[in-house]
Ligand binder design. Sequence first.
Ligand code: GDP
Length: 442
Amino acid sequence: MLDTLTSRLSGIIKNLRGQARLTEDNIAEALREVRMALLEADVALPVVKDFIAHVKARALGREVIGSLTPGQALIQVVHEELTRLMGNQVADLDLATTPPAVILMAGLQGSGKTTTSAKLARLLKEQKKKVLLASCDVYRPAAIEQLRQLARQLQVDFYEAPEAVRPVEIARAALDFARTRYYDVAIVDTAGRLAIDQEMMDEIRALHEALKPIETLFVVDAMQGQDAVNVARAFNEALPLTGVVLTKLDGDARGGAALSVRAVTGKPIKFVGVSEKPTGLEPFHPERMASRVLGMGDVLSLIEEARRQVDQAQAAKIAKKLKVGKGFDLEDFRAQLQQMQKMGGLAALLDKLPGNLAQAAQGHSLDDRLLRRIEGIINSMTPEERANPAILKASRKRRIAAGAGVQVQDVNRLLKQFEDMQKMMKSLSKGGLGKMLRGMKG
Ligand code: GDP
């Protein structure tokens, strides 16, 4: 994903790193490269123009203040502007309404609507929501069957519509069904066409009117490149979209869509699809994506930073344990978390890992708030418990939970996270984090 763009931009950055001073000419030259790189990655032209103009204005201003080298300053501006282009903040689903909260899925056929509906259902079910899946795609019985099967596989309820009923009636009936049976969320999948057509747009507008969804998500295939932008524009004009899901980012898409869809629709990318599997949906992190695009994901820079900030002896100790692949206990886990926080939190750490490792690590879904909570829980344990979590039975867990001001489930979750972390450590130690930490001994 975004590989071409990344390698091109890292080339530019490398050249800039060699510059003692950045003149207006240098900026212009570097920006020409950035512009080419973005266009090659299928970012829409108006978006690129706007982007370059912003970077230029800000870079020239910054050169004057700079305690950084001019090259660093430019990279920083490009990074900030890329983040801004993709929406700055992580955008969550907004389901705060009288239940059922309706999520309407819109997009072309093949964009991944049905798959994404199921993925969302899975995610919300995990958050203990009672979820109903419904399909209004009366034109393609196979699409309905696909969703029914996914629902069955995920053990999520599926609304069985009566035969030969119009989409809007199905939608109304599904909503009634969800209302009377106290569902928290109803996800409504709709019919797509291979290209934009008036009938489809009229139908989805009618569905929107009937359902009054709190979320109207536009699903778009990242592999569509420039076309994605046109489709996004059409849907955005037809419907009050609340967010975008960019699918198939795991493919060999040039990924420019991630950069332009937000700019064109003004709507946040809420999720990205990263595999065909029901687990392959992740919240979209603009800042992380910008870092990856810039190829800041080099382990070298992490080592540099880590060398400065990490307690060397600790690192060596952990590295040794990683090397032997066992003996990594909760005490080490806590030390590891503290180091992560020193290095700017997990997000910053992930950004600095090369793409594939970062993705592996992301799959373990830790976030910074969770890191702090985990630390609190470990602090409430005795050294013996930390060394040997197996002795943690119900009464100890209750005591620890009370000590940390959390629920027993949280303690259980931590133990699960710890196991995951052990697994992650093992996989990273094969060539990534382990090697990196070992490198820090000296
Ligand atoms: P719909 O016609 O919009 O409902 O699209 P589908 O949900 O049927 O998806 C079309 C194809 O894209 C299916 O083969 C999906 O498995 C695949 N797909 C959907 N999302 C992703 C994704 O994020 N990554 C990958 N690799 N494939 C995806």
